[in-house]
Design a protein around this ligand. Structure first.
Ligand SMILES: Cc1cc2nc3c(=O)[nH]c(=O)nc-3n(C[C@H](O)[C@H](O)[C@H](O)COP(=O)(O)O)c2cc1C
Length: 189
């Protein structure tokens, strides 16, 4: 069975990103794929230090929690990445993950090419569009296939759980999850 993973890049437990990524995964699961939720809470993912040793070794020399998460990305057929908006952009945790994962997968032979996926973004008020675009750049440059949904995959919420009141946001991310699943099955099973 093909597998879709959903990564939440919020440092806040039981927060809005976690909720929305889980909604997308639930819809994907209902559409017949295996799913796994991965949270970056408590994980140390340092920024890329541009040493470029991965050109030769095909792995990242930084000794932190990156490698197991990267391997889950490499092994999955579908990848969803959720981030809250922090000062108009993705969280540092998400940025560090995509910088390093993007480089490593390229060095290892374009491992993400042809996978299916895309971003989910949540904020109190502003910056969703920029952050959504910021993450799309990662999905496009890694040659992944990104399905559109009934709206852009964004939602509104400030305090923990507030995104549960954003009906359109939930509907959108569920529609997105469902489409990631059906496209993944069609292309990669
Ligand atoms: C450091 C920080 C910066 C933030 N910057 C923004 C922002 O630029 N725009 C916005 O609308 N909300 C901003 N927020 C609010 C969060 O995006 C919002 O609370 C979101 O629901 C958090 O998601 P989470 O519950 O998954 O952590 C910020 C929150 C924090 C902690």
């Amino acid at each position: 069975m093909v597998k879709v993973i959903g990564i939440s890049g919020s440092p806040r437990k039981d927060g809005n990103t976690e909720f929305l990524v889980k909604e997308a995964l639930d819809a994907a699961k209902q559409n017949g794929v295996e799913t796994e939720f991965i949270s970056l809470i408590g994980k140390r993912i340092d920024p890329c230090d541009a040493c470029n040793s991965c050109r030769k070794t095909k792995r990242c020399h930084i000794d932190d929690d990156f490698e197991p998460i990267y391997m889950k990305m490499e092994e999955a057929e579908g990848i969803i990445i959720g981030s809250p908006v922090y000062f108009g952009s993705a969280t540092p945790q998400v940025k560090a993950l995509i910088d390093r994962a993007g480089y490593i997968q390229g060095r290892r032979g374009d491992k993400f090419k042809g996978k299916v996926g895309g971003p989910i973004v949540v904020a109190r008020r502003a910056g969703q569009n920029f952050t959504f675009a910021q993450l799309l750049f990662f999905f496009f440059i890694t040659e992944m296939i990104i399905p559109g949904a009934s709206y852009w995959n964004i939602a509104f919420g400030r305090e923990k759980g507030e995104a549960r009141q954003d009906e359109e946001g939930i509907e959108t991310v569920r529609d997105f999850g469902m489409k990631v699943a059906s496209l993944t099955k069609k292309l990669l099973s």
